[in-house]
Design a protein around this ligand. Structure first.
Ligand code: BGO
Length: 258
């Protein structure tokens, strides 16, 4: 039995894709300990594949129940593979979540959903370039028109583990130091500690917290910015480069760029 988890921003087409994959065969319950709805089902063409729906998210901070549910699931009971559903018409916002998901280092494939809407926006997204930039397979899909869905599942079953992207060397050095202090192997946790994630900080001793605060203080001074802003800017810098490389707009005077 393989488990494929579906993750993406709200309105990316996650529910539409989940319904297409599972048909009438769905189980609905709650995530452990919370009243957040949990939906799963078997892939209707291959019942040895379980499809796990996750709440729609914009980021992976621990500030909402949905985000906490997704984090707990990805760290405590990780799926075999993640399908990261991206809204092709809203690439910048979708890639912000993608970069965070990559830090879990799980096998991942991207469903570039809503791709049927690109023509009317005069946009083309170069799939090979996007895939190359992220190191993740990218499949164009339309959950509305049932396009690309079989190829998406086929690709998911052999997807490679996502490799986190490198940020500025000063931030990378800080993450190496945090890894030593906190003895946490997951890059996602190291980044969250750098950001000052209250949930993870409570798991450390007072000495560890002091050392990490010192690493962060020095990095903030070196990079002349605050901890959370450092990460946000690093992510948006990379996303800007990817969009420049992958998105073409036919007539920029007529169409708005996202
Ligand atoms: C409405 N292409 C297009 N064009 N639309 C899509 C696609 C796609 O590939 N995939 C999904 N949609 P959800 P989350 C709607 O409901 O699956 C549409 O939040 C409407 N509803 O049909 O719900 C999908 O689970 C009235 O649109 O997303 C849905 O991730 C008018 O995107 C919306 C117009 O999909 C969100 C659209 C009463």
């Amino acid at each position: 039995m393989k488990t494929i988890a579906l993750l993406g921003n709200p309105n990316s087409g996650k529910t539409s894709l989940f319904n297409l994959l599972t048909g009438a065969n769905q189980q609905v319950g709650n995530w452990p300990g919370v009243t957040v709805e949990r939906k799963s089902g078997y892939y209707k063409k291959e019942r040895t594949i379980c499809i796990q729906d996750l709440p729609g998210l914009y980021s992976l901070s621990p500030y909402s129940l949905d985000e906490q549910v997704a984090r707990d699931y990805l760290t405590q009971t990780p799926p075999d593979v993640l399908i990261n559903i991206i809204d092709a018409t809203n690439l910048e916002r979708s890639l912000y979540l993608t970069l965070q998901l990559m830090d879990f280092e799980l096998p991942m494939v991207i469903a570039l959903n809503m791709s049927d809407l690109l023509v009317s926006q005069g946009k083309t997204i170069d799939l090979d370039r996007l895939s190359y930039s992220l190191g993740i397979p990218v499949i164009a899909t339309s959950a509305l028109k049932n396009k690309g869905v079989d190829e998406l599942i086929k690709t998911a079953l052999t997807a490679p583990k996502a490799q986190p992207l490198d940020y500025d060397h000063r931030l990378e050095s800080a993450l190496v130091e945090i890894k030593k202090v906190a003895a946490l192997n997951h890059r996602f946790d190291q980044i969250k500690l750098f950001e000052g994630d209250p949930f993870l900080l409570t798991k450390l001793s007072a000495d560890q917290r002091t050392e990490i605060n010192e690493i962060v203080r020095i990095t903030e001074k070196l990079m002349n910015d605050e901890r959370e802003a450092i990460l946000v800017n690093e992510r948006y810098d990379l996303i800007g480069q990817f969009i420049k490389l992958c998105v073409t707009i036919k007539n920029p005077a007529t169409f708005n760029r996202t």
